[in-house]
Design a protein around this ligand. Structure first.
Ligand SMILES: [Zn+2]
Length: 417
C-alpha cells in the first residue's frame, strides 16, 4: 500500500512518460480504476493485462507495462484513427469495462482526449466523480464489488483457456494410443465423450487453482492449498468417468501451471516457470509419503522422477512446447509438438504400459522420431501402439498444458518468461 504522496508522485512520473510519447505519435494508456490507496491489488494487474491484450489486437502494436505506486499501466505509442470511440465502447459495454480507464492522447497533445460522457459509479449509477467527492460508498464496499465482478469474469475466461487446451489435444487424431474423436486408442475404459465428462468435472477446481496462486503472498504457500483442490478434482473426475483415469496427470501439471500463472499475473513481473520451481520445491518428498505409488516405484528402481521431476525443474518442456506451438495451432503442428514432448520427458504412463525399460525406450524413440507430416507413418505407428496397449498419457498432459498456457498468455498479454 502506498501513501497519497507516493501515488501522486508516481502519477506525475507516468504523465511525463506518456506526454513524452504522445507528443511524438500520440498514445493510448490502459489503467485499472481501483478505489482506495492500494492501486496494486492483484485484480488491477489482471484488468490492465487483459485490456492490454484487447487493445494490442485493435491497435496492432506492442504496449509497454509501467508499474508504480499508482498501480500498473500499459502505454501504446500510437493513436490510430477511431480509437477513442472503441475505447469508450469498451469502457461502457465490456463486461468489466467499468473497472478500466482507457485514455487516448492525441499527437502533440499533453492531455487525454475527452471521453465525451460521464463515467458512472459502479454501485449506484450516479456520476462517478460525485460519489468519489462525497465519499458516498466506503472503499471496502467498492473493492468488494470490483473483486466480485472481475473474479467472476476471469473465472469464466480462465476456465475457457483450460477447456480449449484440453479439447485441442483431445481433438487430434492418430495419436499413438491416446483417445481421439474416433478412437479409444489403448484406453478401453475411456472414449471421446467420457474424456469430456472428466473435463467438465475437473475444470472448476483447476480454475480455483489459478485464484489460489493469485491470492498467495509467496509461492511457498501454494502447493499445500492446490493439493487439496487436486484431490477434490480427482474425486470428481472418477465420479464422472465411473472410475477411469482420464486426467490425473493433467490435474497436477495444469494445476501447478495455473497457480503459477495466477501468482505471476497478479504482480508487476516474474517468470511463471521460475515460480513453478518455487511452488514445487519440496515435492520429491511425495515419494516417501506414498512409497507404493507407481511413480515412487519408478523413482526407486529406475531413478525416473516422472512428472514431479519436470515440475521441480520448472516444466522446461512446457516452455519449449509453447515456443514450438507459437501461433501455429494447426493439428499438424500440435502433433509434431506432442511427438517432441515424448522424446523430452519421462512419461510414466508409457513406462507403465511398456512393462520394461527396453520396450519403453523403443516406443519413446519411435514416437519422437516419426515424421508427423507423413500421415501413413503416423497411422501405422498408432496402430502398432494400440495393438500393444501403448499410450503416452503423460506427454498428452504436457501438450494440453502448453496449449492452455498459450491461451492464457493471449488472455493476459504476457509471454510468461
Ligand atoms: Zn455511487
Amino acid at each position: 500500500m502506498s501513501n497519497a504522496g507516493e501515488i501522486l508522485a508516481a502519477r506525475e512520473r507516468r504523465r511525463n512518460i506518456v506526454t513524452g510519447i504522445s507528443m511524438k505519435d500520440g498514445a493510448v494508456t490502459v489503467r485499472a480504476n481501483i478505489p482506495g490507496p492500494d492501486k496494486g491489488i492483484a485484480e488491477s494487474y489482471l484488468i490492465v493485462r487483459h485490456f492490454a491484450s484487447i487493445m494490442a489486437d485493435i491497435i496492432a502494436a506492442k504496449p509497454v507495462l509501467l508499474d508504480g505506486a499508482d498501480g500498473p499501466a500499459v502505454i501504446f505509442d500510437s493513436e490510430p484513427e477511431g480509437i477513442k470511440r472503441i475505447a469508450v465502447e469498451l469502457e461502457e459495454k465490456h463486461e468489466i469495462g467499468r473497472f478500466v480507464d482507457i485514455d487516448v492522447f492525441g499527437k502533440n497533445c499533453d492531455k487525454s482526449v475527452s471521453r465525451g460522457y460521464m463515467r458512472k459509479c459502479y454501485i449506484c449509477g450516479q456520476p462517478a466523480f460525485v460519489c468519489s467527492r462525497n465519499k458516498t460508498h466506503p472503499t471496502e464496499r467498492l473493492l468488494t464489488v470490483l473483486r466480485s465482478y472481475t473474479r467472476s469474469y476471469f473465472s469464466k475466461k480462465v476456465a475457457q483457456c483450460v477447456k480449449e487446451g484440453l479439447m485441442d489435444e483431445l481433438n487430434l487424431e492418430n495419436k499413438f494410443g491416446l483417445v481421439t474423436p474416433t478412437s479409444r486408442g489403448s484406453h478401453k475404459d475411456l472414449n471421446y465423450d467420457v474424456m469430456q465428462y472428466a473435463q467438465s468435472a475437473i475444470i472448476p477446481y483447476l480454475t480455483e487453482m489459478f485464484f489460489i496462486g493469485l491470492d498467495a503472498n509467496e509461492p511457498g504457500q501454494i502447493m499445500e492449498r492446490i493439493r487439496k483442490k487436486g484431490i477434490s478434482a480427482e474425486k470428481a473426475m472418477y465420479a464422472a468417468t465411473n472410475g477411469a483415469n482420464a486426467y490425473k496427470g493433467f490435474i497436477f501439471v495444469g494445476g501447478v501451471l495455473l497457480s503459477a500463472a495466477g501468482y505471476t499475473l497478479g504482480r508487476a513481473s516474474g517468470n511463471v516457470f521460475a515460480n513453478v520451481e518455487k511452488i514445487c520445491a519440496d515435492i520429491l518428498g511425495d515419494f516417501e509419503k506414498y512409497p507404493d505409488s507407481f511413480g515412487a516405484q519408478a523413482y526407486k528402481t529406475m531413478g525416473v522422477t516422472g512428472v514431479r521431476g519436470h515440475a521441480i525443474a520448472g516444466f522446461p518442456v512446457v516452455e519449449k512446447a509453447m515456443k514450438m506451438i507459437e501461433d501455429d495451432e494447426s493439428s499438424k503442428n500440435l502433433l509434431k509438438t506432442l511427438a517432441y514432448v515424448v522424446g523430452e520427458i519421462d512419461d510414466t504412463v508409457l513406462l507403465k504400459r511398456s512393462g520394461d525399460v527396453e520396450t519403453y525406450r523403443r516406443y519413446k524413440e519411435l514416437i519422437s522420431t516419426v515424421s508427423t507430416d507423413d500421415d501413413k507413418a503416423v497411422s501405422a505407428l498408432t496402430d502398432d501402439c494400440v495393438a500393444h496397449n501403448i499410450s503416452i498419457g503423460g506427454s498428452a498432459d504436457v501438450l494440453a498444458a502448453a496449449i492452455m498456457m498459450k491461451k492464457l498468455s493471449k488472455l493476459f498479454y504476457c509471454d510468461f518468461s
